[in-house]
Design a protein. Structure first.
Length: 154
């Protein structure tokens, strides 16, 4: 058996990481998270959109014009399907999202639904002794804390 084949078998079994140490991913991470082996990550730092309901753009003439984005969340069909699955599989987390919908509207619920998908995957890939750091502001910070408590435990 070749060394490469042996390494692929270890990756497939979930005994070791199927990514290079000290890798940094940027942009939407859901597809990357779904492809990582369970319990292989020591540290997660995430800096998601804050759900501020503002549009951000780079200054005129800046090379960062492609970084402009609208920081607001809306539901699409995929979100509705995920929330239906979440309601069945994790009623506590679903209840947090639904409470946010009642208190702050569909935009906050859509944002938390988007974050829940990613946080559930992060819990799966994080080692039992791993750490997660979530950068957020007061726009959704309290709801994110509740969401993390629902997913990771208090």
């Amino acid at each position: 058996m070749s060394e490469k084949q042996s390494k692929l078998e270890k990756w497939a079994s979930g005994n070791e990481a199927n990514w290079e140490n000290r890798t940094i991913w940027t942009r939407d991470n859901l597809h990357v998270l779904c492809g990582l082996n369970s319990a292989t990550v020591d540290l997660i730092y995430l800096d998601p959109p804050f759900n501020s309901n503002q549009t951000y753009s780079a200054p005129i003439g800046s090379q960062a014009t492609v970084a402009a984005f609208k920081d607001a969340s809306t539901f699409d069909d995929a979100d509705r399907v995920y929330l239906a699955l979440l309601q069945e599989r994790d009623p506590t987390t679903f209840a947090i999202i639904d409470a946010a919908r009642l208190a702050h509207g569909k935009g906050m619920a859509a944002y938390l639904g988007m974050m829940a998908q990613r946080l559930v995957e992060m819990r799966r890939i994080l080692k039992p002794i791993g750490s997660i750091y979530l950068h957020c502001d007061d726009a959704a910070g309290l709801y994110l804390r509740l969401l993390m408590d629902g997913i990771f435990g208090a």
